[in-house]
Structures are given as C-alpha cells and as structure tokens.
Design a protein around this ligand. Sequence first.
Ligand code: ACO
Length: 401
Amino acid sequence: MERYAHITGWGMAVPERIMTNADLAEIVDTSDEWIRARTGIRERRIAGPKETTGTLAIEAAQAAVEVADIDPATIDLIIVATSTPEYVFPSTACVVQDALGALNAGAFDLSAACSGFVYALSTASNAIRSGAHNTVLVIGAETMSRVVNWEDRGTCILFGDGAGAFLLQGSEQPGGVLSCLLRADGSGGSSLMIPGGGSRAPASFDTVREHQHCIYMDGKEVYRFATRVMASAVKEVAQMGGLELEQLQVIIPHQANQRIIDSAARTLGMPEEKFVVNLDRYGNTSAASIPIAVCEAVAQGRIRPNDNLAMVGFGGGLTWGAALVKWDVMEKADISFWHRARRRASYEMAKVRSVVRRGVRQVEGMVYGTGPLRPPPEPSQMPPAQSPPRKQPVDGKAPPK
Ligand code: ACO
C-alpha cells in the first residue's frame, strides 16, 4: 500500500519585543520610508535575553503537538531547520527532543538557510513515504538578530526572529505532501553567508573584530537569483504533483521582500491575493518564515480544507525549493481538557526526567572512576548574546528607548 505524509499539526512562536523601522532608524542611517518601499517590512520581532532558537522551537513544537493531539512519545523523528542553532552541537533538535520528552525520536538539525523548512519538509515526507518513520516533527526556527551586523543597514533591516512547526503523520489515504523540489547552486555561496566561525575561519579576535560572524549579503545578487528561481520552482513542483497552476489556491512564499513576491506573481500570471504575505510584521525569519505564514493563514481562514498549497523558499547556499501540499486536514473535535492537562504534565515530567538523567550520568562518572562530569560554563560566564544596541547614541542621534 502506498503511504502518504499528512500535516496534522502546526504551531508558531515569535518573541514579544517588536522593533519598528523607526526604532531601526535610531541605530543605523535608514528610514521607515526606505525600508517599506524597498522591502515591504514595517516591523520585526527580536528575541529577548532569555529567548533563543531552542526556546522558540520548543514553543512552536508544543503548539503543533497540541493541534495534532498526540503523545510526544510517539514522535519518531525531529528535524530543526536553522542557520542560528542553539549550539554548533548538540543540535537544536536534541534540545527540543529533551524538552518534549520525545523518548523514541531521532533528532537532527538541517542547514539550508532560508530554504531549510522546505528541505526539512521534503526529508520528513520522504521518511514517512518510505515507511521508515510514521510521525515526524519539522521545525523552522531562527534568531537572526543574533547574527546580523547591527552596523550594516543593508542587512540588519531585513531580518527577524521566530519559529514555526509542522507535525507530519503517515497514512494510506492519498493527499498531504504531494511533491517536493530541492535545488542548489553552490557557486553562488559567497553572495549570502556567515564567513566566520566554521572550520575555515574559526572564531578569533580578528573574526569578531571584522564582523565575520555576521551575515554578509550581496543584496542585488540575491534579489536577481530569487526572482529567477521562485516562479520556476512553483511551476515545476505543481507539474511534479500533476496540478495546473490554476489548481493552486494558496502560495506561501519565503518572506524576504515584497518586491520579490510581486515579481514571482507577475511571472506566474497569478493574482497577488493568492500569495500569503506577513513580512510587513515579521521581516525575514529565514527557515521559520514559511511555517509562520502557514499558521497565520490557517488562523485567518485563508487556507481551507482541501486547498492545494505551494510553499516556495530560497536562500543561502544558494539553495531553493518548493513543496506542493493538499491541506486535507480534517476538522477535529475539541481537544479535551484532560488531554491538554496530561500533555502539560508530560512536559513537566520531561524536565524532571532530564535532570534525573544528568544526575545518573554524574553518579556513573564517579562509579566508573572518571570523576564527576565537568559542567559547561554558566550563562553568566559566557559572553552576552549579541542583541541590537539600545543605549549608545549613533551619529549624534538620540538613543533608542
Ligand atoms: N536605508 C537607506 N538606504 C539604504 C539602506 C537602508 N537600510 N540600505 C542600502 N541603502 C542605500 C544604498 O547605500 C544605496 O545608496 P547609493 O545609491 O547612494 O549607493 C541605495 O540605498 C540603494 O541600495 P541597493 O543595495 O541598490 O538597494 P536595493 O534596491 O538593491 O535593495 C535590498 C536592497 C532590500 C537588500 C534588496 O537588494 C533585497 O531585498 N535583496 C534580496 C535580499 C534577500 O532576500 N535576502 C535574504 C535571502 S534569504 C536567506 O537565506 C538569508
């Protein structure tokens, strides 16, 4: 029997702090008019000191698990698409696995920049269709504010923080993820990158001084690439899934720039109303932008049961990709109070289990003679997370509030 991967849960999380274009104009030499005219962005969310890619990913994942109304122990695989992971390792997916108490899941991060969510969705769908896994959690999560250069007006105006998650489950009922297209062109890698911090340029005083741990982008080059690939990816993925463009009800593009989306709509000859756009409120949240847009469109009733959706992403690598999905999610009965309460209790249990397992490891270390494990440095001993400047006056301007 052929198997299909259905999206049965979805959820999103964004930080509370809003940074408007006017706030940015107090940090770098820019203006609300310029940013709105060139990108369509009005404001973005910025993670606070206690918010990280991991905390946002966990919140979005818990929301998706809630909608799917499943026990986290039934999840087989967790994939987190991110360019701003909690650590180089362990993976952010392992952080999510521990917090959810997903005791039977494998977990890994996936790096494909802004195309990451489409790549992860394709990987999850293939894992289900092959029969290897049945329940897969896919998350796109980013804290881009931690890797932008807050002195570079060409990039810091574009990005924001957030997370979105899908829960996929296998069934023999046709539908769900119909087709996926993944593409890459590594020859364009240098037009969008974080040059420092990898094995080629490990962290040093020089890499920090030269802002090599921040995003470098050739905006014009990325713009040209994006307008070229977006429309063709939608056409190709629709064809692969056996649908005509007219049969697509909703397009969920990666939220980078309103002008890029308008250009794709023109090339495809599709009305702009079919394109879900929320970049005005969140900016470019990289791998999180597509699932966040889906969650909002579902909440607003823009995506209805049995709609055909095309999700299309592009970004660093260079990478791009598209997924064709039949939104065949059936209306569910209200989730009972007891299910919710049991799940909340299971998250508390997961915290206790995590602490106990750490304790057991300490004891084992002593019993087997390797001594107690050396704990990682406390956050207070770590360098502060990079966040947008709030206090220092720039170019003689008043400091932002
Ligand atoms: N405020 C005011 N002026 C600015 C700003 C700013 N924030 N940024 C640049 N300018 C100036 C430039 O200095 C330039 O001035 P000059 O003519 O005196 O030299 C002028 O505005 C025009 O600059 P351009 O770079 O030509 O502006 P452009 O129209 O190309 O828009 C933008 C720049 C918005 C970055 C655009 O190129 C773009 O959106 N590119 C795609 C970026 C993108 O989508 N990246 C994400 C990819 S996904 C991922 O994987 C991370």
